[in-house]
Design a protein around this ligand. Structure first.
Ligand SMILES: [Zn+2]
Length: 404
């Protein structure tokens, strides 16, 4: 490859990486102050994505999902187990591992399911999967039964693995599909109350205190969740959590009657969004994870009520966070790197190899899903202006994405 000529590169806090980057770039100077033109970042890490294989290749494949991730600057992702078959045994997991081996251009770490079929009834064979998974999760649904969660936490602790929880109390859902707030009330929609999320976080944290397992909460969206986790951390509970870019920059006042605004948990209120921002600022929230959840165009074409839950996010995460959180002064670039790189890699023990991405931070453009490498195109950010364009991504010393 011909080296790219770059005048000034901002290296985000890793000097080894700087040495490595210079193998790829003819760099005239390394900047340590504010990024100017180009920036090199260590490979981002997303601990919550859905790549849909095996079982749902019409939504996304390991190949398309990992290419989309590379275009977003990601070199490590953790894939959720709502698949067919569900990775709830060594045998089922092996199918997914084979597809990853054959198709992934970046590091893809699967979760094993907590319960068989993610049904919450019978515990999956955690021991048999432990060596090949990044943690255990029934993402897509909450584990309703207290005793089941207690048993799973004990087992996970014994295996030295993390429980990664999608917290949702089914009996509080009442057929809701957007936030139970102003927009739902004024537009005649059924709402999902905040308690359906925080009540299960509260239950789980009591169990974590009792058992002492490593525990991570998926996609927190409510102000109460932030406060409950803040207090638990202050008590020394071994808990971390994530939220998504959309919860940090959008709220239910921005909803439109289209499927691309529907995800679970839903976009909450302005007060919730502000609490989440305070959560990333003060370290209560450890990671930004996209919950990249592709569906077919048809599945997302049925408005708020009937469309499938889930939006894509892996190709817009950095540009959205950079434009709307860093450039606006809400957080620093170093803080964003903690949320996108260092905290998730440390918590999930995912090593950073010779992995980086090169960005043109001046490039300003309108987000157009037709440019996505993901098969999923439904994003609430469609048409938003964003700054920051990925030019090159390198994983394990190999180029895995290069812009035209
Ligand atoms: Zn989830």
């Amino acid at each position: 490859m011909e080296k790219r000529n770059v005048n000034l590169v901002h290296i985000a806090s890793n000097s080894d990486l700087g040495v490595f980057v210079s193998n790829f770039l003819e760099v005239n100077a390394f900047g340590v102050s504010n990024p100017c033109e180009y920036a090199v970042f260590p490979g981002f890490c997303d601990v919550h994505v859905h790549f849909r294989e095996p079982g749902f290749s019409y939504k996304e494949t390991i190949v398309s999902g990992s290419k989309a991730s590379a275009r977003g600057g990601y070199t490590a992702v953790c894939t959720m187990p709502n698949l067919n078959p569900v990775p709830d045994s060594a045998e089922n997991l092996a199918q997914q591992l084979r597809l990853i081996e054959e198709g992934a251009c970046i590091h893809v770490y699967p979760y094993g399911a907590i319960t068989i079929g993610e049904k919450g009834e019978v515990m999956a064979d955690l021991s048999a999967m432990a060596a090949n998974v990044c943690g255990f999760s029934d993402d897509g649904r909450g584990v309703q039964n207290d005793d089941m969660m207690r048993t799973a936490m004990k087992k996970a602790k014994e295996l030295g693995k993390m429980i990664v929880a999608h917290c949702e109390v089914n009996e509080l859902l009442r057929g809701g599909y957007i936030h139970d707030g102003e927009y739902a009330a004024t537009h005649g929609h059924r709402g999902i109350c905040s308690e359906s999320e925080w009540a299960q976080i509260e239950r789980d944290l009591k169990l974590v205190e009792e058992i002492g397992c490593k525990y991570h909460v998926c996609h927190i969206s409510t102000k109460e969740s932030v406060e409950i986790i803040r207090q638990a951390k202050a008590r020394g509970v071994d808990v971390t959590c994530e939220t998504g870019p959309h919860y940090l920059v959008m709220d239910d006042s921005m909803l439109q009657e289209e499927g691309r605004f529907k995800m679970n948990p839903p976009l909450r209120s302005k007060e919730d969004r502000e609490a989440l921002i305070r959560g990333i600022q003060d370290g209560t929230i450890d990671c930004i994870a996209t919950d990249h959840a592709p569906h077919s165009a048809e599945e997302k074409s049925k408005g708020l009520e009937k469309s499938a839950f889930g939006v894509v996010g892996i190709e817009t995460a950095f540009p959205i966070c950079y434009t709307y959180l860093v450039k606006t002064g809400i957080i620093t670039m170093d803080k964003l790197m903690e949320l996108l790189v260092w905290n998730p890699r440390k918590r999930f023990d995912l090593p950073l190899g010779n992995d980086f991405s090169l960005w043109d931070l001046r490039a300003e453009y309108q987000i157009d899903p037709n440019e996505f490498l993901s098969m999923g195109k439904a994003t609430p950010f469609q048409g938003w202006m964003a700054q920051g364009k990925c030019l090159l991504t390198v994983c394990d010393g190999k180029i895995v994405y290069q812009a035209d």
